[in-house]
Each structure stands twice: as structure tokens, then as C-alpha cells.
Design a protein around this ligand. Structure first.
Ligand code: KG4
Length: 332
């Protein structure tokens, strides 16, 4: 199947053409990071306006770079939620128009499903499976009994992990987005500072806001007492604390669900070097299971993952009609 995917749930306008869930013929991403940098985070109203300016050009570029005609396309897949409502509407409107003009099936895709199915680009997913979705808007552990069946086992009770990276980077004066900068600094430092451990209720739930405040309090305490610290060691300490929390929960899930065949990661934070090293450790620890991380270029928001998830949804007949609308609170 040849699927064109469209993604606009946050601050990336993206379109991609993917063949048979594996071959990316094109993947165009117009990032708005430089605009939002000035504000230290994504400004929803500004983001939706930029999507409006970019959407047609991005779709056209994806078709041109794939070297195909819309006549060859079997389905149009689009992120219909969750996300920023104004942003989602732009992608959904674009996809509806494309599907209507070319008389193609229109496939709504859940953003989280997209992040999970980014792994299908490099492997055939095996079920039951556990997925860790870690991004600027999500921190979830998801159990998939089968294709397109999602059960949330645990989730963040406050900030998402990517959000915590971005906020910690802001208090450390490192700019936006914080994840890649902290990741780089952490590789040059040592985790020598004590930061607070999370307090959560559910067995598999996360909490990152205490850790984020812990970093701020640590900096203030050092300033008050005239103590010095290094950015590298603070970044390493934060990253270790955040990943300890994540992988404590992951191990609990794997111990509680021995039937699980595969563990996958998705979302922007899956680009993190420390996280990838922890996945390598799990691979050694559980040789009977498969551990997969998405290709680097498909970790942060992109439309190739939406095309892949769209093909699976299309196989199951999950087709929408012209009444499709963005659903910012879509529960998976
Ligand atoms: O998946 P994504 O593009 O958007 C959402 O759906 O939220 O993820 C963006 C998030 C940002 O918070 C960014 O700081 C984080 O992913 N991120 C990273 C890294 N690269 C991106 N976090 C930690 N380490 C990285 N290398």
C-alpha cells in the first residue's frame, strides 16, 4: 500500500509518503522550533497560523520528493488527535481536502499510535507488546495485546518527561527545546548531585514535576550558599534521575507481564542517548524479548509514522468520512 501521512498536532507541519509500512519515499518536516524558541515553548495560536502557511507546500513537497502522483496513493492518513486543537484542525482539513479531491480513503490516526508504529519501519511488531511513549506531551506505558489495541498501564501524573527536559533546560538557561542540549551535556558530566525521587500512586505511573522543581531548588540553594556546580554534572544528575524513574517502571511491567514478546519506545525522548543505552541493557537482561527503538529521524514528530499507523488502521477498515474533525482530547 502507498500511504500519504499528514501530521500537525504541535509545532511540526509534516507530510510523508510510505510504501508498505517500511519504505519512506519522502518525509518532509517544517519545524517551527526557531519561532517558538523566543518564547521558551510552543505558543499554540502562533503554531496554528504557521501550519496554515505551510501545509499545502509541505504536502506538495512530500508528493514531489516521493516521485509519485496522487493517483498512485491508496490512502490519506492524518493525526486527528490528541494535540493542540487549532494545529490539529489544519492537518485534518488538509487531509480531508486531499482525500476528497482524489477520492481516496481518509484514515484518522491517534498521535500516540503513530509514535508506537514508528518502530514498524524497522521491525515487524510482535504481540503482546509493551510500548513506552516519551515525548513533550506524553509519558505513557502502553500494553498492546494485538494490532491497534491499546491499554494504558501507566502515565504521568503531572509533567511529561520531554516537558520536564524543556523546563529544566529553561531554568539552566539552555534554551528550547531542552532535551537534545541536556542529553549532550549529560554525556560530558557525572550524576553526582542528589535530586528528589518521584512520589506516584499507580504501580506504573510517572511523575516528573518534583524532579523539575528539585533542579530549580538545587540551583537556588547553590546560589544562596555561594556553592558552584557544573552544568554537565547537573544535566547528568537530572537525566539519570529521570531515566531511573522510567526504567524502574519498565522493569516492573516486564516482570509482571512475562508473556510480552517485544518492547518498543516512541516519541521525541526516544532519541535520547541515555535512554537508548538503557534499552541496550534491557536487551542483555531479557534475551528472550525483542527491544526496538525507532529510527532517529522518526523519534520526534513526523508524518512517516502517521502513514505507517494509517496503513494498519486502513487494513482494519478504520476509514473516516468528510465529517472527520480534530479531537484534541482523543483517548487511545
Ligand atoms: O515527539 P515530539 O517531537 O513532540 C511531542 O509529541 O511532544 O517530542 C519533543 C520532545 C521535546 O520535549 C524535546 O525536548 C524532547 O522531545 N527531545 C529529547 C531529545 N530530543 C528531543 N529529550 C531528551 N533527549 C533528546 N535527545
Amino acid at each position: 500500500m502507498l500511504v500519504i501521512g499528514i501530521e500537525s498536532s504541535c509545532d511540526e507541519t509534516a507530510a510523508a509518503v510510505v510504501r508498505d509500512k517500511k519504505e519512506i519515499l519522502s518525509s518532509v518536516i517544517a519545524s517551527q522550533i526557531d519561532t517558538h524558541k523566543a518564547f521558551g515553548g510552543v505558543v499554540p495560536e502562533v503554531a496554528s497560523r504557521i501550519h496554515v502557511e505551510n501545509i499545502s507546500g509541505v504536502i506538495q513537497q512530500a508528493i514531489d520528493e516521493a516521485g509519485i502522483s496522487m493517483e498512485d496513493v491508496d490512502a490519506v492518513a492524518v493525526t486527528a488527535g490528541p494535540g493542540l486543537v487549532g494545529c490539529l484542525h489544519v492537518g485534518v482539513q488538509g487531509a480531508k481536502t486531499l482525500a476528497a479531491v482524489w477520492n481516496k480513503p481518509l484514515i484518522p490516526v491517534h498521535h500516540l499510535a503513530g509514535h508506537i508504529y514508528a518502530n514498524e519501519l524497522v521491525t515487524d511488531l510482535q504481540f503482546p507488546l509493551v510500548a513506552l511513549v516519551v515525548s513533550g506531551g506524553n509519558s505513557e506505558l502502553v500494553y498492546m495485546k494485538d494490532e491497534n489495541s491499546f491499554e494504558i498501564l501507566g502515565q504521568t501524573q503531572d509533567d511529561a518527561i520531554g516537558e520536564a527536559y524543556d523546563k529544566v533546560a529553561r531554568v539552566m538557561g539552555l534554551g528550547y527545546p531542552g532535551g537534545p542540549v541536556i542529553d549532550k551535556l549529560a554525556q560530558q558530566g557525572k550524576a553526582v548531585y542528589d535530586l528528589p525521587e518521584p512520589k506516584t500512586q499507580g504501580r506504573y505511573d510517572f511523575s516528573f514535576s518534583g524532579l523539575k522543581s528539585g533542579v530549580l531548588q538545587f540551583i537556588k540553594r547553590c546560589e544562596r550558599k555561594g556553592q558552584t556546580f557544573t552544568q554537565e554534572d547537573l544535566a547528568a544528575s537530572f537525566q539519570k534521575a529521570a531515566l531511573d524513574e522510567v526504567f524502574d517502571r519498565v522493569k516492573l511491567v516486564l516482570e509482571d507481564h512475562p508473556e510480552v514478546k517485544q518492547f518498543v519506545v516512541g516519541g521525541g525522548v526516544s532519541a535520547n542517548s541515555g535512554l537508548r543505552a538503557r534499552v541496550d541493557e534491557l536487551r542483555q537482561e531479557y534475551p528472550d524479548k525483542t527491544f526496538t527503538v525507532p529510527p532517529m529521524r522518526c523519534c520526534t514528530d513526523n508524518a512517516a509514522m502517521i502513514a505507517v499507523a494509517g496503513e494498519i488502521a486502513a487494513e482494519q477498515g478504520r476509514v473516516a468520512d468528510a465529517r472527520l474533525t480534530a479531537d484534541p482530547g482523543w483517548e487511545i
